[in-house]
Design a protein around this ligand. Structure first.
Ligand code: CTP
Length: 409
């Protein structure tokens, strides 16, 4: 999918710049045309000649160079690119991107680029963990920059932690997938269909001030709601307590407990065409909610928990049932457990992800999903939850339109 694609590689000044030479080689091997832009400090680490030889194109580094601008100016370079990848992206460069500074060719190109932008950060682990760096990363993510890595491990400075630039092979396959995703697919169509989605965690009260909950952020469910809306559906979102803004043009029903979520979903599900259970519903809830604050007494104490009602399975058992999609988080035997859930709960589709193994999942910006249905399945590679949600909605749209699932009403 990288064949003939125009990839603009920005290299900023970090020791990981040497890995970017390999990245150019790999991208060209896959048929991409690569042009390289270097910052002044990148040139202290690696010679432009290396990138010129590997890319087969002159390296760009000057913003205010009349000759370079005549050959291919910064605006033409930005227009030329199908994708801009900055690897390595130093803490300084990320700070510049997050503030919209344009004091050299690479930061100016970023502002001029209308293509998707990817950054592969590389820096000392303390610099990566610094609050201001994390804020800058969050900010560029909100500006639709996709962040690849960094990874954990030994660093050139002798420390260990997060900050190593991802390996060129990993970056290369991430970009190949991204370019494949950019090729326009048939727009998913849920026009005129009512879609009900549950999202977020539930809170199960122990007493007036304490509750049991989980780490679900609700991001996947909210992203699915927006993707379904964009596909033409009328969307209702039953949401546990999350720190996300209510999306425009979507009816949001706020609930707290698994029992409230059960009531909110079951009363609406029969007149919906699709139900997606993306919420992390508590499997157990305290059998008794103490009316007064529990006082500490003994060294140990016991809380009796009662199984909650399985909303997903109940929706799938309805006489007039929507196309029912569940989620599963697994630490091992992912396909076997997910397929067992699919069959046991009589679902139409299940989207499973690894927990404690791959990056992503709960409370994260990114995730990967392994989607299964009877006699079939598809893997949606690691990407941000917005893109992942669009892909899952496309799969659902494709499946409900198969003759087997088409409603004959
Ligand atoms: N679910 C639900 N109601 C519950 C519990 C879970 O609707 N009381 C839904 C979730 O929204 C999700 C799916 O069921 O779509 C998750 O299935 P579950 O069996 O709870 O998975 P795990 O919690 O991973 O369970 P297990 O312990 O079986 O692995």
């Amino acid at each position: 999918m990288t064949i003939n694609k125009h990839i603009l590689l920005g290299v900023s000044g970090g020791i990981a710049a040497y890995k970017s030479a390999e990245l150019v080689r790999l991208l060209r091997k896959q048929g991409a045309e690569v042009r390289v832009v270097m910052t002044q400090s990148a040139m202290q680490f690696i010679s432009p000649l290396t990138f010129q030889s590997l890319s087969g194109n002159p390296v760009h580094s000057e913003l205010l160079d009349a000759d370079a601008e005549n050959a291919m100016g910064h605006i033409s370079l930005a227009r030329w690119a199908d994708l801009l990848i900055i690897a390595p992206a130093t803490a300084n460069l990320i700070a510049k991107l997050s503030h919209g500074l344009a004091d050299d060719l690479l930061s100016t190109l970023y502002l001029a680029a209308t293509c998707p932008v990817y950054v592969a950060p590389a820096m000392n682990q303390a610099m990566w963990n610094k609050a201001v760096t994390q804020e800058n990363i969050e900010k560029i993510r909100r500006h639709s920059v996709r962040v690849i890595g960094p990874e954990q491990g030994d660093q050139a400075c002798g420390e260990t932690g997060f900050g190593r630039m991802s390996e060129p092979t990993g970056i290369c396959s991430f970009l190949a997938q991204a370019l494949e995703d950019q090729t326009p697919a048939a727009a998913p169509c849920l026009h005129g269909l009512k879609v009900l989605i549950s999202a977020g965690p539930t809170r199960e009260p122990l007493d007036p001030v304490r509750y049991i909950t989980n780490r679900s952020s609700g991001k996947m469910g909210y992203a699915l709601a927006k993707a379904a809306l964009n596909a033409g559906a009328e969307v209702t979102l039953v949401s546990g307590p999350v720190a996300l803004a209510a999306p425009a043009n979507i009816e949001v029903v706020n609930v707290e407990t698994a029992a409230q979520m059960h009531e909110a979903v079951m009363s609406r599900a029969p007149d919906h065409a699709i139900y997606i259970g993306a919420a992390a519903v508590a499997d157990y809830s305290p059998a008794i909610m103490q009316p007064e604050k529990i006082k500490k007494q003994d060294e140990q104490t016991t809380i009796i928990l009662q199984k909650t009602k399985d909303i997903l399975a109940e929706v799938a058992r309805l006489d007039k049932r929507p196309f029912t999609v569940g989620f599963a988080a697994e630490t091992h035997n992912l396909e076997a457990y997910a397929r067992d859930k699919l069959a046991r709960k009589k679902l139409d589709m299940i989207a499973a992800n690894w927990v404690g193994r791959e990056l992503g999942g709960f409370d994260s910006e990114q995730n990967a999903l392994h989607v299964f249905w009877e006699n079939g399945g598809e893997t949606l590679e690691m990407t941000d939850k917005t893109r992942l949600a669009e892909q899952l909605i496309s799969l659902i749209a494709g499946r409900i339109n198969t003759p087997l699932n088409k409603k004959g009403e």
